[in-house]
Design a protein around this ligand. Structure first.
Ligand code: ADP
Ligand code: MG
Length: 624
């Protein structure tokens, strides 16, 4: 029988596994028990939903046994088993399992750490094994198969004998070394400990033969050693337990065991509802964004259980898109086991649960914001963008829910602030909530348009993400205060209007001239009310701002939407005198200056120059 080679990426992982540090090795048992439990879940579900299958509740269990002579540990389950093809596919490569996600993570983080914290499934057996055999018989098949591997060279699969459906995994422990004692994993006490620590809530009994001292039958005074089969785990799913019985570590273990993420959860939410709707749920807000979050492959959703039986891996209908990062599970006795995906979508109970869950998440985030600002900011840096999409999508129907969770960088505070904080600090004479858009905080800081508003002593919110302005347009106002871009036509500041009108009249000719030089590139050329030290800036009139134009132009199906741009000139800047003189004496010079100023304004805004060659030639002309 020919030996099959492991796929390259599996090999790498195996190497890392084998070399992992000793203290992390115990998690191999958690991984194998978790797989056994998954396999029994599948079998149990089949049995419950198919009347033709006879089953005995007691037959669903996991048995752990150690053999000190042979130095083997076996994990046997009465799960669904694997066919020959499944053995090949599931244990020959890593691609099918959660381990794939792991592999990508390791490219960023230190691999050893991850093994200890999270484990990586079946392969973790090779942390303690010199050799592993998997004897398995699939449900509905007469033939059993045996997979065997030393974890280095590859693996073999051959037909074998097995009476019952299910899987038995046998681990031959590695030889002890000076600092690693693998025999530990044959000790009853140690095994019990590991099972309690990681697998207590597994729904099926994890059984072990343990030795107990009992009085002798013929002589009650003397004790005698008996071997007795015991169930080690409490079998109460963690979500049925009381919050008071559980520690943060229990929740973290559950998060890891369920492979909800490769990070640590930032926050858990344990919900028990027992009223018109009934459900238990444990939800997690992850700390970091999953690497595939913004890819097509990412699927939001929660695990869905019906009275403790898993009926769906990722029930998308339980989470709104903007909370798509939330992980976890829901168990309800009100859902039928046989419910199909299609029917589930329209199920009233499910809708009620989803709504309830949405509110719980919202409230939890709000209290996090109030009580643990630092943690909230960690969360917001990962998922704030998602909340802003939430405000914007579905025609703004969720904006009320989300507006108080938003944060933006403040020109005054130099950190993220909420809209509520902004509004409560507004001076009495300030009408609007001001914002400025740009690529980075640094660049916005230098925008000429911010000058006047800042000088007034008003706070400005800095928008650096493309979704920001769209979200704000959807909000329209917050606590009766409208939003206003520092680049918008009318800033809503009371300037000396009469003075301005006089000036407009006085320089009308010059500005008309400049407008005709620029043609339809701009809607107008005007005297600026907002500039103080800078010569020019571009602003936009109407609904589409310059920043929105940039975002829309970058979209694949851009409709060539453009902002109505206005070139603003600062009358108090020296350049204005030059413009006036050129206007009076030298038409060519006015054309040159006007084009240069326009192009400079484009550059400041971060917009592309329409004709960079002419621009540089114009610059040279001036230098000469
Ligand atoms: P994961 O559990 O994340 O899928 P693993 O590496 O732990 O990744 O397992 C890989 C796959 O091997 C499982 O998805 C499952 O299909 C199969 N498998 C592992 N152990 C068993 C088992 N005891 N019974 C049936 N199938 C199993
Ligand atoms: Mg697994």
């Amino acid at each position: 029988m020919a030996k099959q080679q492991f796929k390259a990426e599996s090999k790498r992982l195996l190497e890392m596994m084998v070399n992992s540090i000793y203290s992390q090795k115990e998690i191999f048992l958690r991984e194998l028990i978790s797989n056994a439990s998954d396999a029994i879940d599948k079998m149990y579900y089949k049995a419950l939903t198919d009347d033709s299958i006879q089953f005995d509740q007691d037959s669903f269990h996991i048995k752990i046994s150690a053999d000190k002579e042979k130095r083997t540990l076996t994990i046997a389950d009465s799960g669904i088993g694997m066919t020959e093809e499944e053995l090949e596919r599931n244990l020959g490569t890593i691609a099918e399992s959660g381990s794939l996600a792991f592999k990508k993570e390791t490219e960023i983080k230190d691999g050893h750490d991850i093994i200890g914290q999270f484990g990586v499934g079946f392969y973790s057996a090779f942390m303690v094994a010199s050799n592993v055999t998997v004897l398995t018989k699939a449900f509905g098949s007469d033939q059993a198969y045996e997979w065997e591997s030393d974890g280095v060279e590859g693996y073999t699969i051959k037909p074998s004998e097995k009476a019952e459906v299910g899987t038995t995994i046998t681990i031959h422990l590695k030889e002890n070394t000076d600092d690693e004692n693998y025999d530990e994993f044959l000790e009853e006490f140690r095994l019990k400990n590991i099972i309690k620590k990681y697998s207590d809530f597994i729904r099926y009994p994890i059984k072990m033969d343990v030795s107990v001292q009992k009085p002798k039958a013929d002589n009650e005074e003397e004790m005698e050693e008996h071997i007795e089969e015991q169930t080690i785990n409490s079998m109460v799913p963690i979500w049925r337990k009381n919050k008071s019985e559980l520690s943060d570590e229990d929740y973290e273990n559950f998060y890891t065991e369920k492979r909800y993420g490769f990070d640590k959860p930032l926050k858990h939410i344990h919900i028990k509802v027992d009223g018109t709707i009934r459900y238990n749920s444990i939800l997690f807000i992850p700390e970091t964004i999953p690497f595939d979050y913004y890819s097509k492959e990412f699927e939001k959703g929660l695990e869905l259980y019906s009275s403790g039986v898993l009926i769906m891996d990722k029930c998308a209908d339980l989470l709104p898109d903007y909370f798509g990062f939330v992980k976890g599970m829901v168990d309800s006795e009100d859902l039928s086991l046989n419910i199909s995906r299609e029917i589930l979508q329209h199920d009233r109970q499910l809708k009620a649960i989803a709504k309830n869950i949405k509110n719980k998440i919202k409230n939890e985030l709000q209290s996090l914001l109030k009580n643990d600002r630092e943690k909230y900011e960690t969360f917001y840096n990962s998922f704030g963008r998602q909340l802003k999409y939430g405000v914007y999508s579905d025609f703004g129907s969720n904006k009320e829910d989300l507006q108080d969770l938003l944060m933006f960088y403040s020109s005054k505070e130099k950190k993220l602030v909420t809209l509520d904080e902004y509004v409560s600090r507004m001076p009495e004479d300030q009408t609007y909530i001001y914002y400025a858009t740009g690529e980075s905080y640094d660049r916005i800081e230098k925008l000429p348009q911010t000058e006047l508003v800042s000088d007034k002593g008003y706070e400005i919110l800095y928008f650096t993400e493309d979704v920001d302005e769209f979200a704000i347009k959807m909000l329209m106002q917050y606590k009766d205060k409208q939003f206003k871009s520092v680049s918008s036509g009318d800033l809503g500041l009371d300037n000396d209007d009469e003075q301005n009108e006089k000036e407009v009249e006085e320089h009308k000719d010059l500005f008309n001239e400049m407008k005709s030089i620029l043609g339809d590139k701009v809607k107008d050329v005007r005297i600026s009310k907002r500039l103080k030290s800078h010569p020019v800036c571009l602003t936009a009139e109407g609904e589409v701002t310059i920043e929105m134009e940039k975002v829309l132009q970058a979209m694949p199906d851009n409709q060539n939407v453009k902002a109505d741009k206005v070139l603003e000139i600062n009358l108090n800047h020296d350049i204005f005198q030059s413009l006036k003189q050129a206007h009076e004496n030298d038409q060519d010079k006015l054309t040159l200056y006007t084009n240069l100023l326009y192009n400079q304004a484009l550059l400041i805004e971060g917009l592309p120059l329409e004709d960079p060659v002419t621009f540089t030639n114009d610059m040279c002309k001036i230098m000469n």
